[in-house]
Design a protein around this ligand. Structure first.
Ligand code: GLN
Length: 232
């Protein structure tokens, strides 16, 4: 009783870089938690896809405009986004944090006054930073991907960046010279796979069906642990 008939083909967008969810390996192929979940579900549910990595802001627009069928991108489910997208069941919990250079004297948000912070265009962490910008009096600079945003802080152009907690932790563990000052993650939510609102409902249902199977048979935890070990 497959949801999808005749092995349909889709265009699915993802972020150029969002480890450990989307990671471009040395051979150019994409790996990571999202990539492995998607691959497994496509095999089990009977569909194929062309993966199109692009900047986060472009990929969300591509799905919202109907230029791509679906997005998997550590994409946080929010009520605002539900106006444009239909989301799968949630599969990963994540909140927003801010990070500074390892040698930074900045310890709290108050220390950001008059300084420049780096944000990634279109993200929930950027929305969060904007929502507290007036209160803490910092300036904002935008980037299209996480790596160039981190680098702006590493080289000292910006003093802090805002990012999803598990992604920032993973980057730091893998050598990015930033640190996360003591703080409580903000606006904790969940990642979901998404399609344009009102479209590709069969793909969404197939994803949910496949996700449940991966959760029930332990594959989901295996994939997650492969990248995060006992961290989360
Ligand atoms: N989880 C964040 C969001 O959905 C960031 C996603 C990303 O940068 N790929 O806005």
């Amino acid at each position: 009783s497959k949801i999808l008939k005749n092995n349909p083909h889709y265009t699915i967008v993802t972020d150029t870089t969002f480890p450990p969810f989307e990671i471009q390996a040395k051979n150019g192929k994409y790996v990571g938690i999202d990539m492995e979940i998607l691959k497994q579900i496509s095999v089990n549910e009977g569909f194929t896809y062309t993966l199109k990595p692009m900047s986060f802001n472009s990929e969300t627009q591509a799905v919202a405009n109907g230029q791509a069928d679906a997005i998997i991108s550590g994409f946080t489910i929010t009520d605002e986004r539900k106006k444009l997208f239909d989301f799968s069941e949630p599969y990963f919990e994540s909140g927003f944090i801010w990070a500074v250079r390892k040698d930074s004297s900045i310890k709290g948000l108050k220390d950001l006054k008059g300084k420049t912070v780096a944000l990634k265009t279109g993200t929930g962490s950027a929305d969060y930073a904007k929502s507290i910008q007036k209160k803490y009096g910092f300036d904002i600079k935008y980037f299209n991907d996480s790596n160039t945003m981190y680098n702006d802080v590493v080289v000292g152009n910006s003093v802090a960046c805002f990012e999803d907690q598990p992604v920032m932790q993973y980057a730091i563990k893998n050598g990015i010279k930033l640190t996360i000052p003591k703080q409580k993650p903000a606006n904790t939510g969940h990642y979901g796979f998404a399609v344009q609102k009102g479209k590709n409902n069969d793909l969404l249902q197939a994803f949910n069906h496949g996700l449940k199977e991966l959760k029930d048979n332990g594959t989901f935890d295996q994939i997650r642990n492969k990248y995060l070990g006992g961290d989360q």
